[in-house]
Design a protein around this ligand. Structure first.
Ligand SMILES: Nc1ncnc2c1ncn2[C@@H]1O[C@H](COP(=O)(O)OP(=O)(O)O)[C@@H](O)[C@H]1O
Ligand SMILES: [Mg+2]
Length: 314
């Protein structure tokens, strides 16, 4: 699948398909410096809880060389912005203490352990109207992220600065090309890429988190939101990306179209530009069709389609 390939040193690597690591070997590697309380096989990553004296740490270890590239980006994102975030009352981004490679090819980092409940799980498709009273804080967090300075290292996937408009348009096109031909034409997905093409030029360049969802946010003490999983953080994102992504996830993954629509109404009442919002939502709509296409033979496009219709009526 072309949409999930990235280039490193002229090799094309898959950052989607999980690999399999031996948990006993992982444990013994990290036991050299930490007490390993628990390891979890999360799919693309192994995560863990580590201790050193009275301190608790979080471990995130990539299970393939392709995934490592994004996990490295996440570690650099955390390193770049955790101090900037700590100066605010809005969000906490885990501080990274250590990073390296397990068995020379599997990237890992060890960070601050955040104590708190996620806003919800990605499988929690019950009524999510409880997200609405949180939405004001979530919007504030998204706006704050756009102001962060994220400087990737020389060896980072995003070391080379790219034009934000071309990057944004190119992504939507890659998502489109990943959708099976029949689905693309049955659902006229190119209507969405048409919206992207005509609106992209008016979107300003902004830092983005890239996977801004309720299941990557934790309620912490003092009214702060913990923000994790910055694998897709980008210095050359476009404005509105994170908040539009959030809304599309609530709509189709949490299967809460009504809550998502209320969020759009709230943004418009705050003075958000409708055209810009429609453009970013349209790009996410294309991504939504790709997500469903990859979900297997039982793929159900009804919510992706409902989202598309909603975007068109905006
Ligand atoms: N800094 C942290 N402190 C505590 N728990 C964390 C932290 N980061 C992630 N987690 C836990 O690990 C889970 C997986 O992390 P995530 O970064 O979303 O991994 P993935 O990229 O594999 O989706 C989260 O749902 C959360 O429960
Ligand atoms: Mg995650």
């Amino acid at each position: 699948m072309d949409a999930f390939l990235i280039k490193k040193d002229d090799a094309l690597l898959d950052y989607w398909t999980p690999g399999k690591l031996d948990l006993a070997e992982v444990t013994s590697y990290f036991q050299k410096n930490y007490r390993v309380e628990n390891l979890f096989e999360q799919g693309r990553h192994i995560t863990g809880i580590l201790h050193e004296e009275d301190e608790t740490y979080f471990l995130k270890l990539a299970t393939s060389p392709g995934i490592s590239i994004l996990t490295q980006n996440e570690a650099e994102w955390n390193k770049s912005v955790s101090t900037q975030a700590s100066k605010t009352d809005t969000i906490t981004i885990p501080h990274v203490y250590e990073a390296g490679y397990f068995q020379k090819k599997f990237f890992y980092y060890i960070s601050e352990y955040l104590q708190g409940e996620l806003l919800c799980s990605h499988t929690d498709t019950r009524n999510q109207s409880a997200l609405l009273p949180e939405f004001e804080n979530i919007v504030q967090a998204a706006e704050l992220v756009t102001t962060f300075s994220f400087v990737p290292s020389e060896s980072n996937l995003y070391a080379k600065s790219e034009n934000h408009t071309s990057y944004f348009k190119d992504r939507a096109l890659r998502w489109l090309n990943g959708i099976p031909e029949q689905i693309r034409s049955d659902y006229r997905v190119t209507e969405l890429t048409g919206v992207v093409d005509s609106g992209a030029g008016s979107l300003d360049k902004r830092t983005r988190h890239g996977d801004f969802t309720p299941w990557h946010m934790m309620k912490l003490g003092g009214g702060k939101l913990g923000l994790i999983d910055g694998e897709h953080a980008l210095p050359h994102g476009v404005e509105y990306y994170d908040i539009a992504y959030f809304i599309q996830r609530v709509f189709v993954v949490l299967q809460n179209p009504d809550v998502a629509k209320q969020m759009v109404v709230l943004l418009l009442s705050k003075g958000y530009d409708k055209e810009k919002l429609r453009t970013v939502l349209a790009a996410r709509g294309v991504g939504g069709y790709l997500d469903v296409s990859l979900s297997g033979p039982e793929a159900d496009f009804s919510l992706a389609n409902e989202f598309q219709n909603f975007v068109k009526t905006l």
